[in-house]
Design a protein around this ligand. Structure first.
Ligand SMILES: [Ca+2]
Ligand SMILES: [Ca+2]
Length: 189
């Protein structure tokens, strides 16, 4: 026993010094987390092949229902935000959440979807701004509010990896454009 005590004391001393040393803490925060969820992908494909993807880089599990997250669109870039779709379920850090049009023909959309929806807001066709809302407040947007011009027709848009947070202003330079019906990136980030 005497030997054991002798051996343990230095170990306990090291543990105590680590616990009280604030310099040890930043190791857990090396990653730059985003302030909130944001859109990571937009699929405006042929027929009903339409999908949206949201990524969680916040560093925590997000309860979508409790957080009051929803999707809306501004039909043809005019009028009020409409077609609210409430999001449900929990989204772990580094995971994505896919919303698909229920009538999509591409299996990648159907199989990767967390929610399938017919009609608004999943009936966008290139000139309908799409908003991510939190408790009714816009936090991220694809397209230009109050602008009826096409911004995303017959394309897949992928958020570039240097875009690391939500934005209330659409910045086309922050998105990579892929050809129509590109769905290989859906369901992953
Ligand atoms: Ca439209
Ligand atoms: Ca993706």
């Amino acid at each position: 026993m005497k030997h054991l005590k002798f051996l343990l004391l230095p170990v306990i001393g090291i543990l105590l010094s680590c616990g009280s040393d604030d310099a040890m803490q930043p190791i857990l925060q090396e990653e730059d987390f985003s302030t909130d969820l944001f859109f990571s992908e937009y699929v405006e494909g042929s027929s009903f092949n339409k999908a949206l993807e949201i990524v969680n880089l916040t560093g925590r599990i997000v309860d979508l229902n409790a957080g009051g997250y929803s999707i809306r669109k501004q039909s043809n870039g005019t009028g009020e935000w409409m077609g609210e779709l409430l999001l449900t379920g929990s989204l772990p850090h580094r995971n994505v959440y896919v919303i698909g049009n229920e009538n999509a023909e591409l299996s990648e959309i159907i199989n990767n979807a967390n929610i399938l929806k017919t009609g608004a807001p999943m009936d966008f066709n290139g000139n309908d701004p799409i908003g991510l809302f939190k408790n009714g407040v816009l936090i991220d947007i694809i397209g230009n509010f109050n602008d009826p011009e096409d911004f995303g027709k017959d394309v897949t848009l992928i958020r570039k990896y240097d875009s690391t947070g939500p934005s209330e202003e659409f910045n086309p330079a922050g998105w990579e454009t892929l050809e129509i019906d590109s769905v290989n990136n859906l369901g992953r980030y």
